[in-house]
Ligand binder design. Structure first.
Ligand code: NAD
Ligand code: TDX
Length: 349
């Protein structure tokens, strides 16, 4: 198969690409604008493969999308490109509407034109797979899970822009017959996670001796999935999922934020003990995120029953592997911190 991966230089996209090159015969084209969140060094492990290629372009650029489709001739478009950080969406929602909604519209429209021009066999094979989030379903109380039929109730600019994009994708499926797939996944974590997100941020700040910011009282709950398990789920869905269907993907690993932070601190206490005190001494409760969703939890029974996918990495194993990866790959994250510092000093970021 030929897979065009938008957002392939991001956290999840790069995990998918590394998996496809290492474990399949598929050919992969990464289509990525390389925003602040796009990190080419995350694709370094596949850079020498002759089944991998890269184009730097914007999903909002219809001409560039059309050219990539025409020249690469994908069987699958895996659409991951997005603005992904909730806090940034609160500070500046415009980019989220542009990339997540307008960009998805452009991808759909160009994919439709491309799909209509294919011969019958290629047309039957083609899939447009839209990668989305559990945040579109809103916030849960202490009980219950999100299923594929839970009504949408997005509450942040980020989740509203993802909800809008999900609706567009389904509309292109219903109205024009484009063979679409949608997956809604819970919080991912693992290697190559951009340092602004909770888990890498806590690991790096702990190592740097800085305060560890916990929003509110730390009781918000997320359902954590190791990123390689998500990549495996995505592959299962675009290879064997039924067009028009939605699949929820989740780790069945609910943790309060404060539990996540203390788990990281105790791993670091064991692997990299401080001269004095414990890493947990650095924990600082800070002002809560506006509109902070209380709890997300995914019911992943449909993808298990229909496609045989289950998570393979427990939270305890995954968080240990993640901390070890950040300890062993300081060059990867230090380069990101240095670049950010440089752009901030120039007043660009
Ligand atoms: P990320 O922010 O790490 O990566 C996003 C990538 O998209 C970057 O490489 C960036 O350069 C690229 N990009 C951004 N705007 C672009 C544009 N206009 N044109 C082309 N490329 C552009 O994001 P991630 O965490 O890897 O998430 C990937 C996808 O998965 C997103 O759609 C996100 O909504 C979804 N998702 C993420 C999670 C999670 O926990 N991280 C969970 C569920 C779903
Ligand atoms: O410094 C922090 N302190 C803190 O307490 C940060 C950055 C976060 N938090 C809290 C907010 C959340 O409850 O930790 C939790 C996780 O925060 P993020 O890492 O920002 O992730 P979240 O907002 O849950 O969204 C993530 O999962 C769903 C991804 O960024 C989204 O792209 C994905 O759709």
């Amino acid at each position: 198969m030929r897979i065009l991966v938008t957002g392939g230089a991001g956290f999840i996209g790069s995990a998918l690409v590394r998996r496809l090159i290492a474990h399949t015969d598929h050919e992969v084209l990464v289509y990525d604008k390389l925003t602040y969140a796009g990190v080419l060094s995350s694709l370094e492990p596949v850079a020498s493969s002759n089944r991998y290629s890269f184009v730097q372009a914007d999903v909002c650029d219809a001409e560039a999308v059309a050219k990539a489709l025409r020249e690469f001739k994908p069987d699958v478009v895996a659409h991951l490109a997005a603005e992904s950080h909730v806090d940034r969406s609160i500070d500046g929602p415009g980019e989220f509407i542009q990339t997540n909604m307008v960009g998805t519209f452009v991808m759909l429209n160009q994919a439709l034109g491309y799909w209509r021009g294919l011969d019958e066999a290629a047309k039957a094979r083609f899939r447009f797979h839209h990668i989305s989030t559990d945040e579109v379903f809103g916030s849960l109380g202490e009980e219950g899970f999100f299923t594929e039929t839970t009504p949408y109730d997005p509450r942040s600019p980020y989740s509203a822009s993802k909800a809008g994009s999900d609706h567009l994708v389904r509309a292109w499926g219903h109205t024009y017959g484009l063979p679409v797939l949608v997956t809604n996944c819970s919080n991912n974590y693992g290697p190559y996670h951009f340092p602004e997100k909770l888990i890498p941020l806590i690991i790096i700040r702990a190592l740097n001796g800085e305060p560890l910011p916990v929003y509110g009282d730390g009781s918000n709950v997320r359902d954590w999935l190791f990123v390689d398990d998500h990549a495996r789920a995505l592959q299962a869905v675009f290879e064997t999922g039924t067009p028009g269907e939605t699949y929820n993907v989740g780790g069945n690993a609910e943790r309060k934020n404060i539990e996540v932070v203390t788990a990281i601190c105790s791993i670091l206490d064991r692997l990299r003990p401080k001269a004095e005190g414990k890493y947990a001494d650095q924990i600082t409760y800070v002002t809560d995120r506006p509109g902070h969703d209380h709890r997300y939890a995914i019911d992943a029974s449909k993808i298990r029953a229909d496609l045989g996918w289950t998570p393979s990495v427990t939270f305890e194993e995954g968080i240990e592997r993640t901390v070890v990866w950040y300890l062993e790959n300081q060059a990867w994250w230090q380069a990101i911190l240095d670049a950010r510092y440089a752009t901030q000093r120039l007043g660009v970021a």
